[in-house]
Design a protein. Structure first.
Length: 600
């Protein structure tokens, strides 16, 4: 391989380390031609071989469904993108090199992402230095190009009446989504997150730099104009003429500004991790704290950018979602998950989360149940965030030029060894400091068996907790258990069953030993007698584990086992009954609140 010069080659420290490993895995998958092209490209500095390898990897990415593509081929594609971009960088073709590197970020694997980002940053820096050193003549030409293609700020119509004419039938006639200003984390968790209720949060993103910067089209072009992004062209992804294209961000902004809605339809940058690809835009936004109240992790940051008239058809997502509206307005309609069957989901696996119902052209004869369904809707303005619970169906239409992003989060069940209880009632004060001043630790063994299983409500006063524990130890709490039954939590009945089974096993062994006398063990085998001698044959030992019909031979041990089985049955019925009571449901809900807040 030719020696690299840092001034002529893009820095690829990770690729230099893992390249041989990638080629070995590609060889094992039968990619001999690709390995040959890659080797020739790096050893002889042949750009044609590098481009051939890039084309081979591209074909592998499109050999079947995306999820079935081997990860090693995605890494191979990213590696080829780095090779080709390095040649273009040496030739001074920075624009084409950026395009190839962006394709590596969009289509390639994660193994070489750091090298791709570093190469993009280096090329962007070189472009900036060149533009700053070209003198006034160059800057005047560039400024003239900007003025020819843009007027600076996006125009967002304020004519509400005109916007409402394009909405689906019955829009804004049912229940509107509740709007809250400066909603506390506790209020969001208790009133909306745990109950899966949509809510609009105002005044939560006014401090974001994006609130001002993203309205300026010149800023967006300066920051990311030469970057390549995937866009959707067409009314929506369910239409026959819908397609995807790869264009530069500047080309996309020009289409958005001109509001180009000629056939096949508008151009839309939808559900793309734009902020992972373009780090400069990521610095303009913040992830709301509401995304982490469930103790989960942020899955992605997706961008939604397009002109007025772009539509996302009725569908649902499996995760919690917060949609932040940075520029423009959107109309959003929401249906609860409980009426999914009435919205006629597609039966195909790829579209099972999408509805066949077209709200813009509702076919009442084909979908009669969807006509009179109750829903919630709203117009989401700039600076507002909408919480969309999991499995809630939602339809979205841009009323103006719109730039928004969503934060899907995946909630997890936190594994904790202790629970933090407040000395005062939970959430009495919206001040976050109140959670830190009066806290104490409580062992799980004293909380979960008593409260979650028996349905007892949460007790926040320390004195009441101590009195209840003392009463519990003295046996003062009423119970269906007999006095001899061990005082242990019944939340996990498996432990009790294991004890019973071990006791039964020991009794069976004891019964077997009693039936087998020492004389029988040492006696020699002999021919069986033709007639049994009942007068000299000893009576068999009394059965300890008798059959159901042998009620006359029940021993005290058997009575004990039967009593335990009866208690098990009674307790299972009692637990099942108590878990369905409002008090038990409230206790479960408050338990979730305690666990979640203890993680903060």
């Amino acid at each position: 391989m030719a020696a690299k010069s840092t001034s002529n080659y893009l820095p690829t420290p990770i690729l230099d380390t893992v390249r041989s490993n990638i080629l070995e895995k590609i060889t094992n998958e039968g990619g001999y031609a690709y390995v040959s092209m890659d080797t020739r490209a790096t050893e002889t500095n042949d750009i044609s071989s590098a481009e051939a390898g890039l084309e081979m990897a591209w074909e592998q990415l499109h050999s079947g469904p995306w999820h079935s593509v081997l990860p090693i081929w995605r890494d191979a594609y990213a590696m080829s993108c780095l090779h080709v971009a390095s040649f273009q960088y040496r030739n001074g073709d920075f624009k084409q090199a950026l395009k190839v590197l962006d394709m590596g970020l969009i289509m390639g694997g994660n193994l070489l992402r750091q090298d791709l980002d570093s190469a993009i940053n280096l090329i962007s820096l070189m472009k900036s230095r060149i533009s700053n050193g070209c003198g006034d003549e160059y800057l005047e030409v560039e400024e003239k190009k900007k003025n020819e293609t843009s007027v600076g700020l996006f125009k967002c119509s304020s004519n509400v009446a005109e916007m409402l004419k394009v909405l689906p039938n019955r829009s804004l006639s049912c229940k509107t989504v509740e709007e809250k200003s400066s909603l506390s984390l506790e209020g969001f968790l208790c009133d909306y997150f745990l109950s899966s209720t949509p809510v609009i949060i105002s005044d939560g993103m006014s401090h974001w730099p994006a609130s001002k910067k993203w309205k300026d089209i010149n800023y967006l072009k300066t920051v990311a104009g030469d970057r390549t992004v995937p866009v959707e062209v067409g009314k929506n992804y369910l239409c026959q003429d819908w397609k995807q294209e790869m264009i530069t961000f500047s080309q996309f902004l020009d289409r958005v500004q001109s509001n180009e809605c000629s056939p096949p339809g508008p151009t839309y940058l939808a559900q793309h991790p734009l902020f992972e690809q373009i780090q400069e835009l990521r610095k303009d936004i913040l992830v709301p704290d509401y995304c982490f109240v469930g103790g989960g992790e942020l899955r992605s940051l997706n961008a939604w950018f397009g002109p007025a008239g772009t539509v996302t058809p009725l569908h649902h997502d499996p995760h919690h979602n917060i949609l932040a509206q940075v520029v423009g307005r959107k109309y959003i309609r929401l249906y609860p998950a409980s009426i999914s069957e009435d919205l006629y989901p597609f039966t195909e696996t790829m579209l099972c989360n999408s509805s066949q119902v077209d709200l813009d052209n509702l076919d009442v004869k084909q979908f009669p149940k969807a006509k009179d369904l109750e829903f919630m809707d709203c117009v989401l303005d700039e600076g507002q965030m909408l919480y969309i619970p999991p499995k809630w169906w939602h339809y979205v239409r841009s009323l103006t030029t719109s730039f928004s992003h969503s934060e899907p989060t995946l909630p997890v069940e936190p594994k904790v060894e202790k629970v933090i209880l407040l000395s005062n009632p939970l959430f009495t004060s919206p001040s976050p400091e109140s959670r830190d001043r009066l806290v104490r630790e409580e062992p799980l063994t004293l909380i979960f068996p008593r409260r979650s299983v028996l349905g007892v409500t949460w007790v926040d006063n320390h004195r009441q907790v101590e009195e209840e524990e003392r009463g519990f130890r003295r046996g003062r709490i009423s119970s269906v258990l007999p006095t001899w039954y061990p005082r242990r939590p019944l939340g996990d009945i498996t432990a009790v069953v294991d004890v019973i089974e071990r006791r039964r096993s020991r009794l069976r062994e004891a019964n077997h030993q009693q039936n087998t006398t020492p004389l029988q063990l040492v006696s020699t085998p002999r021919a069986p007698l033709e007639h049994s001698l009942s007068l000299v044959t000893p009576k068999p030992a009394v059965k300890i584990l008798s059959d159901e019909g042998d009620s006359d031979f029940r021993t005290p041990q058997q009575k004990l086992l039967d009593s335990i089985e009866q208690v098990e049955k009674i307790m299972k019925e009692e637990i099942k009954r108590m878990q369905s009571t409002p008090a038990a449901k409230k206790a479960v809900r408050e338990k979730k609140v305690r666990v979640v807040m203890s993680m903060r």
